[in-house]
Design a protein around this ligand. Sequence first.
Ligand SMILES: Cc1cc2nc3c(=O)[nH]c(=O)nc-3n(C[C@H](O)[C@H](O)[C@H](O)COP(=O)(O)O)c2cc1C
Length: 154
Amino acid sequence: MKITIMYGTESGESELAAEEIRDALLELHDATIVNMEDVDVDAIDVTDFHLVVCSTYGEGELPASARPFHAALSANRPDLTGLRYAVLGRGDRTYAETYSRGSEHVDELLRELGATRIGEYGREDASDWNAPDDLAAQWALSTVAAFDALVTAA
Ligand SMILES: Cc1cc2nc3c(=O)[nH]c(=O)nc-3n(C[C@H](O)[C@H](O)[C@H](O)COP(=O)(O)O)c2cc1C
């Protein structure tokens, strides 16, 4: 299966999570990583399964590398019908009301443009010292398995 891991980051942690996900998936899948700021929104391959990994900054806002992506999607409004994706929102639960909200801005816009979210909405809390080190990899493996099951059943 071809999988594109797309990350939005301010201070680099989501890039590390994206690399961890790619390493976990590589044995079985053709997985590549792209920074959201480098995505041409008019050339998104809707046949790839997309894993979106995105943090939150400010007060529930997008991180720096997700802003141009979100702005270009909002302006160009490509038809993303057929695109299937999953989201791992990264944040810090001590921000309470805005916990992981940055990723939700991306999720909402992708759905508005016709894409379909698959599997469980992942959340990674930077303030949770008890969280497993490989939370992102575990989330990706179970998400891809859920997607596989959907495709097989179709
Ligand atoms: C100035 C600042 C503002 C932040 N605001 C939020 C927020 O509103 N909600 C949230 O869930 N996390 C917030 N965070 C936490 C980051 O999302 C978290 O540290 C994340 O792991 C950073 O990932 P990144 O390096 O990929 O950007 C904030 C962090 C900083 C430093």
